[in-house]
Design a protein around this ligand. Sequence first.
Ligand SMILES: [Zn+2]
Length: 373
Amino acid sequence: MSIRDTHRLLPGADGTAHHLYVDRFGPSGTGRKVYVQAGLHADEVPGMLVAAWLKTRLRALEEAGSLRAECVVLSVANPIGLGQAVLGYPLGRFDLASGRNFNRGFPMLAAQIGDAIEGRLNGFALHNRAVVREAWRELLDKAAPRHPVDDLQRTLMQLSIDADIVLDLHCSREAAMHIYTGEAIWNEAEPLARYLGARASLLAFDSGGQSFDEAHSLTWWQLQERFRGRYPIPNGCVSVTIEHRGQRDVSDELARQDAEAIISYLTYAGMIDAAVEPLPPLPHPATPLAGSEQFYAPATGVLLHRVEEGAHVQAGDEMFVVVDPVEGTRTAVHSSTSGVFYMRRDVRYVRAGDPLGRVTGEKTLRSGYLLGA
Ligand SMILES: [Zn+2]
């Protein structure tokens, strides 16, 4: 029987409270765990519906005795953001009290974990994985969050650091299905990209944003680097941010399709006792996140889109036109890379310098901070 735990977050003021509902399916104590959360950016609704469908499927699989792993699902991972609105518009990406992006600045603890486990490692990767997880948990448990957002981030990490698969369900503004994941774990994440039909798979070791998926993958990679040549440290988990298209792409058909893709991946990974679905081809090869071309508005005015999201474009293709509504002048923006136009902003009036959208690219173009605001 599935279990629901309720976790109360640190209140922001007297008399207020936010709660996380943590649904657990399948056997605990098998040593295998899957963690899925949706709505960390609380105005990104498609993932919440995917999570709802996923829970329906997991409940049925649990009743049939087919789950081989504990599956933890938070279909609303950010009640703080979900409760925010400004003048009638939902605002779930940033914490209104602090201005912080809910999916940036997660605690990065590789250095402290490394210090704590010196002398406790041996030549067995599975032993070292358990040692890392234990030290990580102790550090998170010891932290004393002062702000509700810190408590939210700490709690989401506490719930997920011992999972073998960690999926963070997001969406973009207007977008095709795409994913972000760690370069070191791409081989393990690739089947998920196939089942999802990801038009783009964007890889980085460190995007600089301390996002939730990187708080997992980058920590393991940093520990691997620290102990390289001395002790084997495994990848720890496969953590992936899934962008379930654009904010308005909310339908039962899409959500059900995406939930089935996740179930297929969990089956492939041995978490579900069922026949493995054949792996579909990967729509496009993975590309470095640092290779994506970011377009900016060259002028202020009305924005016209020339290319649909998800399209494959060639270098030189016209991507956008900005029309000055007073003078009628038009300024075009062309792609300088060939790749997939995987996301674009949803505004139709832009100011000079505003970001417009992104195309994948194979060559590294950017360095440092690679994510959007
Ligand atoms: Zn997001």
